[in-house]
Design a protein around this ligand. Structure first.
Ligand SMILES: [Mn+2]
Length: 397
């Protein structure tokens, strides 16, 4: 008999699916939240005699000190245990004979719990490899490591979308059925494809609306984008990050759940450190914390009176970015700025009272400066035409 304790996200459930493919009904799988695992493991050890009767696997989640001691004791007395994970924060489990934590492969690709468990089973010849399972495991790995985003592997993201549309039991059942029946390759069925395209449309509309509800403010040294949203955090983090590249990171607030998610698309920001200030954690590009009093004041209370970010005009024919004649920006208060090229690939900014003192190495840098410090956005064509008319009239005076 086998027992697997694993995470309740796609990577964790991927482990469950791989285990059931390998051991069929000889394995009992428990899906746990980050917070829930230790209680479950503790409960398991309450019946300590039975623990030595099966092979215990723990994947994709860490256990606390007490449970580590329990597992070590079990291992020392001849029990079979494997702890398999890919999180940096779990590397100390490699000090134990039963721990195996690997963050990346030799070629630099990041690992996932599902890919590590699958490879462990393959080495032990506990699972029959197939092209379909290879592909499924790779999709899970690409999603979990966010590699799909760089590779534009939409299928990996769709697998995760599907995961959230079904209950874990349903998803697991569907995948097991498919992977045992169709070994030649992993595909979505027609019904799933329809669901996915409907979901895509829905997310697109949701993100579009949230772009208009994003606020910005400086918190410590970072210019943060702030938005209230209960769902689609990954999509929002990504899309808002790309829409507003002048923001260092995006904070997604769920006041009801008293939680904040942090996302960034930039390499110069580590959002796990941002979350860490409020007792949370995570990865450099995605992290989270609970919303305590201090975080509530900073991210909700102080931002509430502000207007949302003024979006760039998007139907312009004349006032375009990186125009050699200059690109006009304005603020909600009517302040105007013109970004113009100055010599040797440098860009400068003109304002009413003359030039802003610094020059910029790229148009984007100049725009970032305006957006971060003044909340300016690309003016509409009619504002631009009026600006040029005034300029022309002034010259004639
Ligand atoms: Mn994982």
């Amino acid at each position: 008999m086998y027992k697997l304790y694993t995470h309740n996200d796609l990577d964790g459930v991927g482990c469950g699916i791989v285990a059931k493919l390998a051991f069929g009904d000889k394995v009992e799988v428990r899906y746990n939240s980050v917070m829930g695992l230790d209680t479950q493991i503790e409960r398991l050890f309450e019946h300590e005699k039975k623990v030595s009767e099966f092979h215990l696997f723990i994947t994709d989640l860490s256990i606390n000190e007490e449970n580590t001691k329990r597992v070590e004791k079990l291992y020392q007395s001849g029990g079979k245990v494997n702890f398999i994970d890919h999180h940096k924060t779990a590397l100390h489990f490699n000090d134990y004979r039963w721990g195996s934590v690997q963050v990346e492969y030799e070629d630099g690709r990041l690992t996932s719990a599902t890919s590590l468990l699958y490879e462990h089973f393959l080495e032990n010849k506990w699972i029959q490899p197939s092209k379909a399972v290879d592909q499924f495991v790779e999709l899970v790995r690409q999603y979990d490591t966010w590699e799909w985003d760089q590779n534009d592997n939409v299928k990996a993201k769709q697998l995760n979308d599907l995961f959230f549309m079904f209950s874990i039991d349903e998803f697991e059942g569907k995948m097991l059925d498919r992977l045992t029946k169709h070994k030649e390759g992993f595909e979505f069925d027609e019904f799933e494809q329809k669901l996915l395209s409907m979901e895509e449309d829905k997310i697109e509309r949701y993100v579009k609306r949230k772009k208009r509800e994003t606020f910005q403010t400086f918190i410590d040294d970072y210019c943060a984008g702030i938005v209230h949203a209960e769902s689609y955090h990954s999509e929002l983090g990504n899309e808002l990050g790309k829409e507003y590249p002048h923001l260092d990171y995006i904070a997604i607030l769920n006041v009801g759940g008293k939680k904040i998610s942090f996302r960034t698309i930039h390499d110069h920001v580590d959002v796990s450190a941002v979350a860490g200030q409020f007792g949370g954690g995570g990865h450099a590009k995605a992290s989270g914390c609970s919303m305590g009093k201090e975080a509530f004041e900073l991210y909700v209370q102080e931002v509430y009176p502000l207007d949302p970010i003024k979006q760039d005009a998007f139907r312009n024919r004349y006032n375009l970015k990186e125009s050699p004649k200059g690109s006009l920006y304005d603020t909600r208060q009517g302040e105007k700025f013109l970004i113009t090229p100055v010599k040797e690939d440098k860009w400068g900014i003109e304002e009413k009272n003359g030039k802003i003192d610094s020059t910029f190495n790229s148009f984007q840098e100049a725009e970032n400066y305006l957006k971060r410090n003044f909340g300016a956005s690309l003016s509409r064509d009619d504002v631009y035409v009026q600006y040029l008319t005034n300029f022309y009239l002034k010259q004639k005076e």
